[in-house]
Write a protein that binds this ligand. Structure first.
Ligand SMILES: Nc1ncnc2c1ncn2[C@@H]1O[C@H](COP(=O)(O)OP(=O)(O)OP(=O)(O)O)[C@@H](O)[C@H]1O
Length: 246
């Protein structure tokens, strides 16, 4: 497993330049620059391209043209495993037959041959995610919110400097949403990682983001520091999201 890279402060975490995805009936074109250490809310209507953006950054979705740079390096030809990125999918993809501990251990070694250091990392990630004592349970014995935190713990053990979270709050009740936001904020502070999270809720944006972007019909229609984002009034679709009457 690669160790975390040590990003230089003057280098952006992510830079997309006309990174273009072509599906049968549509093109999606992404341009954005994300500073290292940012916490970015990714918003926009259903089907706008939010998950596709994550897949482009993580390397699961090939681009037809344009470029994806991470910490100043062109990611062309690099598989997801070779990128300094972890992604937590919407369905958190836990293996039902494995314990919580084993599911998290997969983030370190797919064959689950963990040495003492690896086992220590798993324990540490579980306790960070508020799952101390849950290691021997199977996913079916957990609540939806706990399963989400197991998926997060698996991302934590990978120690990649960029963390992409596809709707991390979706399955959570209001109290759990606040807990998850606090956990992510703490994680970001402790590891100085760059966080991008997809959400449909303005409350999550205000709680966790210092920047936000609004994706509409396959384009990043607006991206800005949080305050500027919340004050923007020129995009009707964004006004809808912000709850502004037109
Ligand atoms: N593999 C694919 N083949 C063809 N079209 C696709 C594929 N993946 C996504 N799309 C289309 O691209 C568009 C963007 O999809 P995407 O999943 O990125 O949207 P989203 O903003 O994440 O939506 P949601 O909020 O509903 O999850 C949608 O119209 C979707 O149907």
């Amino acid at each position: 497993m690669p160790e975390p890279s040590s990003p230089k402060p003057d280098i952006h975490a992510i830079r997309l330049a006309a990174a273009t995805v072509s599906f049968k009936d549509k093109n999606l074109v992404f341009d954005c620059t994300i500073p290292q250490g940012a916490s970015v809310a990714v918003t926009g209507p259903s089907g706008a391209g939010k998950s596709t953006l994550f897949n482009v950054i993580a390397g699961f979705q090939p681009i037809r043209s344009g470029s994806v740079e991470i910490f100043g390096k062109d990611m062309a030809g690099r598989d997801p495993a070779e990128r300094p990125v972890s992604i937590v999918f919407q369905e958190n993809n836990l293996f039902a037959h494995l314990t919580v501990e084993q599911n998290v251990g997969l983030g370190i070694d797919p064959s689950l041959r963990l040495d003492a250091d690896g086992r220590g990392r798993v324990d540490d990630a579980l306790s960070r995610a508020g799952l101390g004592g849950f290691g021997q349970r199977k996913p079916a014995q957990l609540s939806g919110g706990e399963r989400q935190r197991v998926a997060l713990a698996r991302a934590i053990v990978r120690r990649r400097p960029i963390l992409l979270l596809d709707e991390p709050f979706a399955a959570l009740d209001p109290a759990m949403r606040a807990d998850m936001a606090a956990l992510l904020a703490q994680l970001r502070e402790e590891t100085n990682s760059t966080l991008l999270f997809i959400t449909h809720q303005l409350e999550d944006v205000q709680r966790l983001a210092d920047r936000a972007m609004f994706i509409d019909r396959g384009l990043i229609a607006f991206a800005a520091p949080l305050e500027t984002f919340l004050e923007h009034r020129r995009l009707p679709a964004l006004n809808d999201f912000l709850g502004i009457d037109r």
